[in-house]
Design a protein around this ligand. Structure first.
Ligand code: ADP
Ligand code: MG
Length: 204
């Protein structure tokens, strides 16, 4: 895929987040259904509110640098989403944005390094490790697969989200259910897969 060698500018990041907001909007009901099984049925609404605010904040003319776009997006998620996912996704994007600095264009390898730093911050903030049935289970394989292609990252995120179904939740609200959390897909892992699906989509 050509885009792997391509430089990604601020406009690309705005298109990514806008596409993510679109997918969140389209899939909000499914995210809420997943959260109603093992949480409090607000993940769809949380993501919709957060990403609507993100789109408003990053839609500037001219677009900011990749780093500035991600930092602004992260800030919006932290300030507008009440649920656990807001600060976690906010930290992911803000940390990734900070690691990209003020470069006007970044490579996919730099994006991967930035998101890797972001996922590390999510793990620090939430205390979740892979296998704990959270967004981390989709984010970690997705970021690793970014080294191959954006399509591979999207597929890995989707696979990671599916793999949460048989897991026992150890973090977040779902962990209160203990054994009863088994057999349901984690809502945050499902929304992480949407973010990576949007990334692959805008690069096509
Ligand atoms: P809340 O759980 O506060 O209602 P959401 O429903 O918006 O927030 O988000 C729930 C998702 O957040 C979970 O499905 C999980 O993926 C993620 N999550 C919750 N707690 C943690 C944590 N400690 N570490 C990583 N992810 C978490
Ligand atoms: Mg919830």
């Amino acid at each position: 895929m050509g885009v792997v060698d391509a430089a990604l500018d601020g406009g690309f990041f705005v298109r990514w987040l806008t596409a993510a907001a679109g997918l969140v909007e389209r899939e909000a009901e499914r995210l809420t259904e997943l959260d109603s099984a093992i949480g409090d049925a607000d993940h769809g609404a949380n993501m919709q509110r957060g990403f609507a605010a993100v789109v408003k904040a990053v839609d500037t003319e001219p677009p900011g640098t990749p780093g500035a776009v991600l930092v602004a997006a992260g800030r919006q998620l932290i300030s507008t989403v009440g649920g656990a996912s807001g600060p976690l996704y906010g930290t992911l994007l803000r940390r990734a944005g900070k690691s990209l600095g003020e470069a006007p264009e970044v490579s996919v390898a730099q994006l991967q390094a930035g998101l890797r730093a972001g996922v590390d911050s999510v793990r620090e903030l939430g205390g979740a490790a892979p296998g704990d049935k959270t967004m981390v289970d989709a984010l970690v394989p997705a970021v690793e697969a970014l080294g191959d292609s954006l399509d591979a990252a999207a597929a890995a995120a989707e696979e990671g989200a599916r793999a949460t179904v048989p897991m026992l939740a150890k973090k977040g609200r779902a962990s209160y259910l203990g054994e009863r959390s088994i057999g349901h897909q984690d809502p945050g892992a499902a929304s992480s897969a949407l973010l990576f699906a949007a990334l692959a989509e805008v690069a096509r």
